[in-house]
Design a protein around this ligand. Structure first.
Ligand code: SAH
Length: 271
């Protein structure tokens, strides 16, 4: 006790003893660990790490410029890359790499695809009959929402987008990340993309971010006549290649393009 009768405060403060005596509100303040719900909410927030210059449009414009140098010609694709903030779709710890041409982990064993590959796939969608669409891919089905980056890009060049993801945590994450831009144009579906999404069919464009041994029949059925599908497919000799399928009045026309490496297409749902 001090002379005026107040308890003498000893340093360092013993938090556990103080907490025992504190009022409930003070106890919360003194608790060294954060509430789990708050931590969870934080991992889903759309905050750009401050001070890295990633929130500037310049870094995105430079990425779009590199894609153009790499052969991407469709102006709508370049504009979408210049606009959608990729760093907000990856973990804050990886944000400094967000504008490099690299795939990055997004958790649950999945990855956000490499920008040049995403751009190439969208450009392939613009080819074929879609070439007549004047910068618009029409109704798009995306298999494998992942973190939602490609879905955001697609929304910039389509009339509507349905994106399906089989991993619940990733579907939820994409839902949160895309909330600010979700309009009636973009629909995120938690489901097995192997069966496509019949309620939204037919689709003018179908794109898959995961590759299986063969193209599921449902995708071919849900592709509109005059539409185009782009997907990685496992090749007989091993490895995957990008496969482009055009649906015409007379049937399907299939072409195999360059080799790629995507995560496997899996069936069923995961919580
Ligand atoms: N387009 C994403 C890429 C995500 S990686 C992006 O921009 O980040 C591919 C995703 O496909 C993974 O999240 C994986 O869970 C998902 N996937 C694999 N098989 C699937 C299936 N049958 N249905 C729906 N999603 C599937």
């Amino acid at each position: 006790m001090t002379a005026d009768g107040r308890a003498r405060v000893k340093f360092p403060l013993k938090l556990d003893r103080l907490a025992g005596a504190a009022l409930p509100a003070q106890r919360t303040l003194l608790r060294p660990q954060r509430d789990l719900a708050a931590v969870h909410a934080d991992t889903h927030r759309r905050a750009a790490p401050a001070g890295l210059g990633l929130d500037s449009a310049d870094v995105r414009r430079r990425m779009a410029e590199r894609l153009r140098e790499g052969g991407i010609v469709e102006p709508g694709i370049l504009a979408a890359f210049a606009m959608v903030p990729r760093h907000e779709f990856v973990d804050a710890a990886l944000a400094t790499q967000a504008y490099e041409d690299t795939s990055l982990p997004i958790g649950h064993g999945q990855t956000i695809s490499k920008p040049s590959v995403v751009a190439r796939m969208i450009e392939l969608l613009f080819g074929g009959a879609n070439a007549q669409r004047m910068g618009n891919l029409g109704a798009v089905l995306e298999i494998g929402t992942g973190c939602g980056y490609q879905a955001a890009l697609l929304s910039e060049v389509a009339s509507r987008v349905v994106s399906v993801e089989r991993l619940k945590p990733l579907h939820d994450k994409a839902r949160t990340l895309l909330a600010p831009m979700r309009s009636n144009k973009l629909r995120l579906v938690y489901g097995d993309g192997m069966v496509g999404h019949a309620p939204g069919a037919p689709y003018d464009s179908i794109v898959a971010a995961a590759g299986g041994a063969a193209l599921p029949d449902a995708w071919l059925e849900q592709l509109a006549v005059g539409g185009r599908l782009v997907s990685p497919v496992q090749q007989a000799g091993g490895g995957q290649a990008l496969v482009v399928v055009d649906r015409r009045e007379q049937g399907y026309e299939r072409r195999v393009h360059e080799t790629v490496r995507f995560v496997p297409l899996k069936s069923g749902l995961d919580r």
